[in-house]
Design a protein around this ligand. Structure first.
Ligand code: WT7
Length: 660
């Protein structure tokens, strides 16, 4: 099991309760427990009627759907609002301009350098998006074409995404921290026609070249006809004649008019986002237009209670689903003011986040436990010199937030007053599934609370039977919801086998969890070979295949190990080919190798050279044992009778001890 049981045991003894704040509830979207129960009842009684009503209330449709839901768990195939027409970009921008919010700030962008700030009203953002949409069209991008977006956290990133949405193209954003090789795989998989990238990323005061990665990736991406390059850092880059064009040249002279949004079917693809699975290459998670936008708008409204005057800031990178749903689509669909930050929490000092909160009077703040734990280590003084009085709600996502971090967040950022909303969801779910709502839920530190209205989550055993209170099991979802993934791009068989095969009639999340006697969910962690490093999902198989691709490596096994700040870190056991020497230099080379193959987030924390790995007689690596050794839990390995050679365990423990 991927999650740390001990950690959960300690959380299970967590008894503190925090009732919802009263102040602010008068105008809240869900003002209290009665309103919340009402919503849940409505959704449970008539799910289709409920979501149809929500979709109408939240979005502008060009024409209404034929059916609210078509669900076929067997194939599987799910359609929400099929036949309905809408455009996601028009819903995020044009309609707000048309309804008199054109002058409202849509996007506040804070660059890493303090003076780099750009703010866009809804009208201005619409104009920028239109300009770029026309560029895409001019370069031959049309409805259904895929566009790869490999950009740092700069305004051109959301502009490019919304421009794609406007013309019906499908964006596939690749986190700028990924390597050339990872970018290449993703472009090849979705056969993108265009790549959008930048000269460089600015991070912690340094320039990291990006365009060179793009060039390297494109060496084997025949589908890509053009590459559009943003000048972020003024870096001198090579431009390929006929293929590459600067963003600023491409949009020059355009007035931002005459590019009406394409009317899309609700089930037309909005985007593909790759995420790691337990085996093989990353999966292209497919999200479609109507259901995804309904769901992200609704959950943004319920969980963050966005009001007209809020300044909302989600610190995620748009390269991950959190940024897609909760920096961009959810908040903009609601006409909110959303903040986007290019920098990191601790540069130039550990008060940077709080300085940004103070500067823009942020009211709602959504971040990850790993950030809180990193800032906790720096001490609470950094939260004290900044004015955080504008804040009213705090959110958390990416991994379970341990009660210590929860309390620190609540006490030092929330001054002992603000609710901390722990939100459980996944790339696949499109939006938040299990979370408190701020003015209706009593909070328990360490628990993600309860499934949102319309979400029927449960904990089941290996046969799919509910396990009952306080028992660990598989976290599943038993009814369809509008934000659910619709496919794995180009691989429906994998879609079925990963999510719908094991438990017929249910969505399998891959997580384990427990539900307490009050129906609160306590997430334990992944059940598959996926590790969660700083809230980012990494497949051990991917890291292993990167390692064995190196000439020195005969075999590799990768597991997660507990890490104070990152939650989990990567621990790699590596067996070398006999002609190679085990030494620190090679360790460094291998770490660098994984970085280059996948990206910095996949860099192993520890590499242990292992002459042999614990294998069953049928040759399967017993990861359970490797996880225990990595975590220094060497007293109880459970049943080891199936091991082909039980002596490897002692050798591995010796090897670990030698590492110090
Ligand atoms: C996995 C999904 C969409 C969120 C960003 C990561 C873990 C996420 C929580 C939470 C416990 C969490 C799960 C999940 N996870 N949020 N609040 N409590 N675990 O998206 O990369 O698709 O990863 O992150 O294990 O399966 P992702």
């Amino acid at each position: 099991m991927g999650g740390s049981d001990e950690h959960i045991e300690s959380m299970m003894h967590e008894r503190r309760h925090f009732p919802p704040p009263r102040h602010g509830s008068e105008r809240a979207h869900i003002p209290g427990p009665e309103a919340y129960d009402d919503l849940r009842d409505q959704a449970a009684r008539d799910p289709e009627g409920f979501w149809a009503e929500r979709a109408k209330a939240l979005l502008d449709w060009d024409s209404e759907w034929d059916t609210v839901l078509e669900a076929d768990w067997e194939t599987p195939e799910f359609k929400w609002f099929a036949g309905g027409k809408l455009n996601a970009c028009a819903n995020c921008l044009d309609r707000h301009v048309a309804s008199g919010r054109g002058e409202k700030t849509a996007l506040i962008w804070q660059g890493e350098p303090e003076d780099d700030v750009r703010q866009f009203t809804y009208a201005e953002l619409r104009d920028e998006v239109v300009k770029f949409a026309k560029v895409l069209k001019k370069w031959g991008v049309g409805k259904g074409d895929r566009v790869a977006v490999y950009l740092p956290m700069i305004p051109e990133l959301p502009i490019a995404m919304l421009a794609c949405a406007r013309i019906g193209a499908v964006h596939s954003v690749v986190f700028a921290g990924f390597s050339a090789h990872s970018l290449q795989n993703r472009i090849q998989d979705c056969e993108a026609k265009v790549l959008i990238t930048a000269d460089a990323v600015i991070r912690a005061g340094k320039q990291i070249p990006l365009k060179t990665n793009g060039d390297e990736a494109l060496e084997a991406c025949p589908s890509v006809e053009h590459c559009i390059v943003v000048n972020r850092a003024g870096l001198d880059v090579a431009m390929h004649e006929g293929r590459d064009v600067w963003w600023h040249d491409a949009v020059a002279g355009d007035d931002g008019t005459d590019c009406p949004p394409e009317s899309m079917d609700a089930e037309d693809l909005l985007f593909i986002l790759y995420t790691s699975g337990s085996t093989g290459k990353p999966k292209g998670v497919v999200h479609t237009t109507g259901g995804y936008l309904t769901y992200t708008a609704q959950t943004t409204q319920w969980v963050f209670d966005i009001q007209e005057d809020d300044v909302y800031w989600c610190t995620a990178d748009i390269g991950w689903i959190t940024g897609h749903s909760y920096i961009l689509y959810g908040p903009l669909a609601l006409g909110a003011t959303t903040v986007m930050f290019e920098g990191v929490p601790s540069y130039p000092q550990p008060d940077r986040f709080w300085q940004v909160v103070e500067k823009f009077k942020v009211t709602i703040f959504y971040t990850a436990p790993t950030v809180i734990r990193a800032l906790m280590r720096e001490g609470p003084q950094w939260t004290e010199t900044r004015d955080l009085s504008s804040l009213r709600l705090l959110g958390s996502v990416g991994e379970p937030i341990n009660p210590e971090a929860w309390m620190w967040y609540h006490d030092h950022v929330g001054k002992g007053e603000l609710p901390v909303l722990d939100t459980w969801w996944q790339t696949e779910t499109g939006g938040i599934m299990i979370s408190a709502v701020p003015y209706a839920t009593t909070l328990k530190p360490g628990s993600a609370s309860q499934p949102l209205p319309g979400i029927e989550a449960d904990i089941v055993d290996r046969d799919g039977e509910p396990v009952g209170p306080n028992r660990g099991g598989h976290l599943v979802v038993k009814t369809p919801w509008p934000g659910m993934l619709r496919n794995v791009y180009g691989d429906p068989a994998r879609y079925k086998s990963t999510y719908f095969e094991r438990f017929p009639g249910m969505y399998e999340s891959g997580d384990s969890a427990r539900m307490d006697e009050e129906g609160y969910f306590w997430i334990m962690g992944r059940l598959d070979d996926v590790i969660n490093v700083s809230g980012h999902r990494l497949g051990t198989a991917e890291i292993e295949s990167a390692l064995v691709a190196h000439e020195a490596v005969a075999e590799a096994a990768v597991v997660g190990m507990p890490h104070e700040v990152k939650g989990q870190a990567i621990y790699a056991y590596v067996t070398l080919k006999s002609t190679f020497q085990e030494n620190d230099e090679l360790r460094k080379v291998l770490r660098q190798h994984v970085r280059t193959e996948i990206g910095a987030i996949a860099t192993p924390e520890i590499i242990q050279f292992a002459p042999g790995l614990p294998k069953t007689r049928s040759g399967k690596i017993m990861r359970r044992i490797l996880r225990k050794i990595a975590a220094d839990e060497t007293n109880a390995f459970g049943d080891t009778s199936t091991l082909a050679d039980p002596t490897v365990i002692a050798d591995l423990i010796d090897g670990k001890n030698l590492l110090g």
